[in-house]
Design a protein around this ligand. Structure first.
Ligand code: 6PG
Length: 465
């Protein structure tokens, strides 16, 4: 019998996904550019090997799959995807389906869809790292309804399940919509991680806690409103000891963050959409600052070390993190809403929140409540939904205290602070852009609207300089 589906690219994620698919009962044909990798994969598949068809050429792969074929691509985003699509083109029929499951730039996915490929094409965001891919990722599909329907059985079978049993796999919308939603997921991932790291800094440098005590704090928070994968793993990594020195592992790791670009894409795309996502932007900025270790050391030598002792109760920090998290997600969902309008995607915000409830890196208890709040009114900013408005009322004083006390003590808190600034901007009925408009009118006669509705769009300053 022929395989139900094929997979190209047996790197960490591809191999895990292939095993997951086989385990759920679907025979799968696999191919890797390096044949030795394919052979080693099949040899290491154990009992699942009976559902795995290793192939050594692309033509063999195609021949091994039952038509109309479906083939998952798990190769590095960018040129490698285009090269693979070009290599497949002469081998596939018009109704065969290729699914790009890498972290593609959604613009590339939309372009590939529009480019008239000689076969069907889906872009699919997959989150959850290796563990997720192996045992249940969150899956965000993009492309035609009929194409998604052809593989929906496989995708829902391999996806994570939310607590209520719903599979965390869905079609988000046309073409690039799946990769777009995955990109925003990653932007939120950056922001969640950065806010946790900022609070970690306050615990470590402000309050002088050691890694073990910080771990206990995170573990306690993981029992409450902050319950989430990222808090859970923060508790785990801060508890780990370095096998070389016996010291806390985190204390031995250089404070220079890597990044592969999806957070940066989110920030850039938000600018194109005029969507304010300052918490995510701050998180990307903070990774860039972290990378400039030499400059930071020079800055410390010149201006003196930044973080000073700063006494804050752990409960206050927990509440601040709750507030920051709500603000960040509110911004992320608002960005998705803006993209939906711009690209004509009709993205389903509550559905996105539901898909993110399990399997993905940003999975958390709070996403249940977010899904409910968005379902009640998808067009309303999340901070205005009654449940979250109440939570924000409770938590905002803590965020304000943490940011102001932390700033006074020289702690860099870019993500938490930009959340607070955005929030205050969002509740300022009379802001200061009237001055910006006056300046613009002064130097460029750009005009303004008057508060009294009178139609006189220019100020009396013509010729005053
Ligand atoms: C996921 C993650 C994943 C991402 C890595 C690292 O959802 O599984 O978002 O897709 O690539 O976590 O991303 P950075 O290297 O940019 O931190």
């Amino acid at each position: 019998a022929q395989a139900r589906i094929g997979l190209i690219g047996l790197g960490t994620m591809g191999a895990a996904l292939a095993l997951n698919i086989a385990e759920k009962g679907f025979p799968i044909a696999v191919w890797n550019r390096t044949t030795a990798v394919t052979r080693a994969f099949a040899a290491g598949a154990g009992a699942l090997a009976e559902r795995i068809v290793p192939t050594e050429t692309l033509a063999d792969l195609v021949a091994a799959i039952a038509p109309p074929r479906a083939i998952i691509l798990m190769v590095p985003a960018g040129q490698a995807v285009d090269d693979q699509l070009a290599a497949l083109a002469p081998l596939l029929d018009a109704d065969d389906l290729v699914i790009d499951a890498g972290n593609a730039d959604f613009h590339d996915t939309s372009r590939r869809n529009a480019a008239g490929l000689p076969f069907r094409f889906l872009g699919m965001g997959v989150s959850g790292g290796e563990e997720g891919a192996r045992h249940g990722p969150a899956i965000m599909g993009g492309g035609d309804v009929a194409d998604w329907a052809r593989v929906a059985d496989v995708m829902t079978a391999i996806a994570a399940r939310a607590e209520d049993g719903t599979p965390c796999a869905a079609r988000m919308g046309d073409a690039g919509a799946g990769h777009f939603v995955k990109m925003v997921h990653n932007g939120i991932e950056y922001a969640d991680m950065q806010m946790i790291a900022e609070v970690y800094g306050l615990l470590r440098d402000g309050m002088g806690l050691d890694a073990a005590a910080i771990s206990r704090t995170f573990a306690a928070w993981n029992e409450g409103a902050l319950k989430s994968y990222l808090i859970e793993i923060s508790a785990i990594v801060t508890a780990a000891a370095d096998p070389h020195t016996g010291r806390p592992m985190v204390d031995m790791i250089l404070d220079r963050a890597g990044q592969k670009g999806t957070g940066r894409w989110t920030a850039i795309e938000a600018q194109h959409l005029s969507a304010p996502i300052p918490v995510i932007e701050a998180a990307v900025m903070a990774r860039n600052v972290s990378a400039r270790l030499d400059e930071r050391l020079a800055g410390q030598a010149l201006f003196g070390p930044a973080p000073q002792p700063c006494a804050l109760a752990p409960d206050t920090l927990e509440l601040a993190l709750i507030a920051g998290k709500i603000l960040c997600y509110a911004q992320g969902f608002a960005m998705i809403r803006a993209a939906s309008e711009r690209f004509g995607w009709t993205l389903d915000l509550p559905e996105i929140a539901r898909v993110w409830r399990a399997g993905c890196i940003i999975r958390s208890a709070m996403l249940n409540d977010m899904a409910a709040a968005l379902a009640a009114d998808p067009s309303r900013n999340l901070i205005m939904a009654p449940f979250f408005a109440d939570l924000i009322e409770t938590a905002m004083p803590a965020l304000r205290q943490v940011v102001s006390q932390g700033a006074a003590a020289g702690h860099a808190l870019p993500a938490l602070a930009s959340g607070l600034m955005w929030f205050d901007g969002m509740r300022t009925g009379r802001g200061t852009a009237n001055l910006i408009q006056a300046q613009r009118d002064f130097f460029g006669a750009h005009g303004f609207q008057r508060i009294d509705g009178l139609d006189d769009p220019h100020g009396p300053w013509a010729g005053t300089v």
